[in-house]
Design a protein around this ligand. Structure first.
Ligand code: SF4
Ligand code: SF4
Length: 311
């Protein structure tokens, strides 16, 4: 059986990527299972999906704890322990990272026993026409498996994106194919795991069993003040809003609409965004009556200003 886990952020098309990969594997003759997992948050929050593919009926269920291939559509997730991207990686697990840094950089930094491959999916997606990272990476993931043909992949893209219009399908097909071709020398890198993947008594699961409590006690309680400051939602951002002071009328609407409360006014009454907490939902840009909030790719801004930070 192939066990594949796909990680990314809300808005990067991870659910769609798992659907494309699942359909492509089905077209290649496999029995398939694919499912996404969301947390409570929305755009920008870490999410993952998983795909299983086998020659026979799949009876295994639940999250994949011991994957053969892990695809990471956003390399900032590797800095986020809670995203659990590296859970269960072994010497036989292939890791695919969407990054503009080299494979050598990630090998040295992560020190993993298995093979690490890198795709600069941001550049491919931008050239093809704003194709989400998840969809781009799935081309490389399919090639790493070595059992999905170009035709099966293209058919899967057309089927899964049919509702998004012909232009979106064409752009995604181009991006997916480019990633697929770029990984031709890595075809078949992924090995099928032969051992049982479900946790056993010898390999306990990574969670803690809690006894049931009475309902009034079971409700979450926050016992310390200002804990939300510790959640740096700015790490979730894939695109960032930027205020154009020439256009801004200082109406203050964005300030009131921001769900993170991370817009303040400076002494002249212009809005200032605290990028430590701006999660990139872009509600402010959508609602600004003067169209005074530009949308920039976070990766491009980080490249220009490697120090990142607030403004
Ligand atoms: S909503 Fe637009 S015009 Fe109003 S303060 Fe914000 S950026 Fe300026
Ligand atoms: S500043 Fe804009 S993009 Fe950032 S969290 Fe607030 S509304 Fe969303």
């Amino acid at each position: 059986m192939y066990r594949i886990r796909l990680h990314g952020r809300g808005g990067q098309g991870i659910k769609t990527a798992s659907r494309i990969l699942g359909t492509a594997l089905f077209r290649a003759g496999f029995e398939v299972q694919d499912a996404p997992r969301y947390g409570a948050e929305r755009r920008g929050a870490p999410i993952f999906a998983y795909v299983r593919a086998d020659d026979k009926a799949i009876c295994e269920r639940g999250v994949i704890h011991r994957p053969d291939l892990v695809m990471v559509a956003d390399d900032t997730l590797l800095d986020l322990t809670s995203a659990n991207v590296l859970e269960g990686l072994s010497g036989s697990t292939a890791l695919l990272i969407n990054s503009n840094r080299s494979a050598l950089h990630w090998c040295q930094r992560l020190q993993l026993p298995g093979p690490v491959t890198v795709l600069d999916g941001g550049a491919i997606g931008a050239r093809a026409g704003r194709v989400p990272a998840g969809a781009v990476c799935v081309g490389a993931a399919a090639r790493l498996l070595g059992v999905v043909s170009r035709q099966a992949l293209l058919t899967a893209v057309a089927e899964e994106l049919a509702g998004h219009g012909a232009a979106a399908v064409e752009a995604s097909r181009q991006a997916v194919l480019q990633a697929y071709d770029q990984f031709s020398s890595e075809a078949g890198l992924v090995q099928r795991l032969q051992v049982a993947a479900t946790p056993t008594a010898a390999a306990p699961p990574g969670w803690i069993e809690l006894a049931n409590e009475a309902l009034p006690q079971a409700a979450a309680t926050i016992t310390a003040p200002a804990t939300s400051r510790q959640v740096a939602t700015g790490l979730w951002r894939t695109r960032r809003p930027q205020i154009d002071r020439q256009r801004c009328s200082r109406c203050g609407l964005c300030l009131n609409l921001c769900p993170e409360g991370c817009i303040d006014l400076d002494e002249d009454g212009f809005p200032v965004i605290d990028y430590r907490y701006c999660k990139g939902c872009l509600l402010c840009a959508a609602q600004c009556p003067r169209k005074a909030i530009r949308i920039c790719e976070e990766r491009a801004v980080q490249t220009e200003k490697p120090e990142g930070g607030e403004s």
